[in-house]
Unconditional design. Structure first.
Length: 128
């Protein structure tokens, strides 16, 4: 496996582990400052809105799994097609919410060699 692909896979695993731990600073460190997220039925938003939303999950336990379907590296840019499953369970014992679906992520390689998330289209939908 090429080094860039390995680094991108590690970024995804770091993101998932940090999200599950509630480690916002680690997650923010994996994003470019000009990151844009796109979700169905919402206007695109950036890093600050992501952080605010993440902080709103303080009372929620996250369980996440990822199945990377495709990674394509094109010099200092790459895209990643991924299938995610996310379960959110309130820590106070409420009902779990499950979402799953595909994401299409654009990553940018920084001058220090790190890959950062630059754009993300998240198509997760509720599971019934």
């Amino acid at each position: 496996m090429p080094d860039d692909e390995r680094a991108i896979r590690e970024l995804v695993q770091t993101w998932l582990a940090a999200s599950q731990k509630g480690d916002l600073q680690t997650v923010l460190g994996l994003m470019a400052d000009d990151v844009i997220f796109m979700l169905p039925s919402q206007n695109p938003f950036g890093k600050e809105a992501f952080a605010a939303s993440f902080k709103g999950l303080k009372g929620v336990r996250l369980e996440m799994s990822s199945d990377i379907k495709e990674i394509k590296v094109l010099a200092d840019w790459a895209y990643l097609r991924n299938y995610l499953e996310v379960t959110m369970t309130p820590r106070d014992g409420g009902a779990s919410v499950r979402r799953s679906g595909y994401t299409l992520t654009v990553l940018r390689k920084e001058s220090d060699g790190r890959w950062l998330l630059a754009r993300d289209a998240n198509l997760l939908a509720p599971q019934t």
